[in-house]
Design a binder for this molecule. Structure first.
Ligand code: UDX
Length: 443
């Protein structure tokens, strides 16, 4: 099938390459000429495991190209909208300017029978509005909604092997046609038995934000339990292991620590709350305000612990921060809890040195006032305190004895409950984490 993908970031870049690898003829359209050039040369413009290999595989078929010109989308049967919907500055609501611009740019090139397929995360009601625009701009064309659930760091697998397909179809007489095209483009996943939920446009938009709201709530729930453990002397990791054994609860997304960040969960729950207000259902989502506050309190608590460990003030203390990305296997620092703690400690006069296996460049661009190091040993040289804030496997596996030789004081704050405290204590480190009792070094 000939398909276009409008917007080639984490979502669209991977989607375009994935569809080409599956045998479709794909043109990726993006406004950013640098990104287009890199993708067109087979280079991933951001760090995403397996994306370079997928791009190489897709390019080798000769069926994948990228352009800045939306006119090249003409002639495609499906047009996937994959542009970003960031938080509006100073507000909770989503900024839809990229979605609106993408549809406006696409309209003159649509032909009857074309299906525009929204994948971006949007406030409910957006798809209905875009559907009207598409039908008015090109009678015979339609719009469907097909939300995407990919996680950064696992984007390739999540794209090629989704755990479900949600198809929101418009009730405009084109349902069978749109369904047939979507089933054709996703034939590989459907042949493998991937479950399909077919629904209306409204529900399809809600599915995505509901999923993210649920995940955010689950993380904040366990972080609220971490606060209870801190107040009472309990251990939140044992608690999570125990309640997670209940199949109705499940252990996934129950890791207590610094909480959620990134380009999706924080802004999506805020945009969902804003939309609830607009549609007259504000009370339905007021709990998300609490989810957001619990999440942000974890960052404050981490800075409090760092201050305590340094005897009341971090001023003049050397602090090594391991991790800048919002989670491992990503170079994304948008709303990164790790960077936000590092910035707070810098503000309080700490000599903060940050390292990350992939995100240093992005972190430097976002926080040029911080100092960066190439690796953990350089970051931790003469450190009074080491903070593990993103649980990259290479940090979780660090040899505490080796790191102990370069620091001034063997004090670890584990912001992700990621390392084995016994191993670090045996190597002479004191250990503190969120939601767990403090442990002194073994003598
Ligand atoms: C999320 C959704 O998972 C995905 O389905 C959606 O399409 C986009 O948003 P992503 O932002 O890539 O994906 O990251 P995710 O793996 O969900 O992690 C989000 C944040 O939660 C990270 O900062 C992570 O460190 C944190 N997290 C996750 C926890 O603090 N505890 C957990 O148990 C799990």
């Amino acid at each position: 099938m000939r398909v276009s993908v409008i917007g080639c970031g984490y979502l669209g870049g991977v989607h375009a390459a994935g569809l080409a690898a599956l045998g479709h003829d794909v043109v990726g359209v993006d406004l950013d000429p640098d990104r287009v050039e890199q993708l067109d040369r087979g280079r991933a413009p951001f760090y995403e495991p397996q994306l370079p290999e997928l791009l190489a595989e897709a390019r080798a078929t000769g069926r994948l190209r990228f352009t800045t010109d939306p006119a090249e989308a003409a002639g495609c049967a499906l047009h996937f909208l994959c542009v970003g919907t960031p938080q509006r500055p100073g507000e909770h609501a989503a900024d839809l300017r990229f979605v609106d611009a993408a549809v406006a740019a696409l309209l003159p090139h649509l032909r009857p029978g074309d299906v525009v397929v929204g994948k971006s995360t949007v406030p409910v009601g957006t798809a209905e509005r875009l559907h009207e625009q598409v039908v008015a701009g090109c009678p015979g064309a339609t719009l469907a909604w097909n939300p995407e659930f990919l996680r950064e760091g696992h984007a390739v697998r999540d794209t090629l092997e989704p755990d479900r397909l949600v198809l929101g179809l418009a009730d405009d007489g084109t349902r069978d046609h749109a369904r047939a095209l979507l089933h054709e483009v996703y034939a590989a996943a459907l042949d493998r038995g991937t479950p399909v939920v077919e629904t209306d446009l409204t529900t399809a938009q809600l599915v995505k934000v509901a999923a993210n709201a649920f995940l955010a709530t689950k993380i904040s729930f366990i972080n609220a339990m971490a606060e209870m453990c801190e107040a009472t002397g309990g251990d939140v990791t044992d608690l999570a292991d125990a309640i997670g054994r209940d199949a109705r609860i499940g252990r996934q997304f129950l890791s207590a620590g610094l909480g959620f960040g990134g380009g999706c969960l924080p802004k999506d729950i805020r945009a969902f709350m804003a939309r609830a207000g607009e549609v007259g259902a504000v009370q339905a989502l007021t709990f998300l305000r609490e989810v957001d506050s619990i999440n942000l309190r974890r960052r404050v608590r981490m800075a409090d612990l760092a201050r305590e460990e340094c005897g009341g003030s971090v001023a003049g203390r050397r602090i090594a921060v391991l991790g800048a990305a919002f989670k491992p296997h990503s170079d994304d620092v948008r709303d990164s809890p790790a960077l936000s703690v590092a910035a707070q400690l810098l503000l309080e006069g700490g000599e903060v040195v940050v390292t990350d296996p992939q995100a240093v460049e992005n972190a430097r661009r976002s926080r040029p006032d911080l100092k960066f190091a190439a690796g953990p040993e350089e970051a931790a040289a003469d450190a009074d305190l080491v903070l593990l804030l993103t649980e990259w496997p290479e940090y979780v596996g660090i040899d505490p004895r080796a790191l102990g030789r370069v620091v001034r004081h063997r004090r670890l704050l584990d912001g992700r409950n990621a390392v084995d405290p016994a191993r670090w204590r045996a190597a002479g480190w004191s250990y503190r984490a969120l939601g767990r009792p403090a442990l002194a070094a073994e003598s």
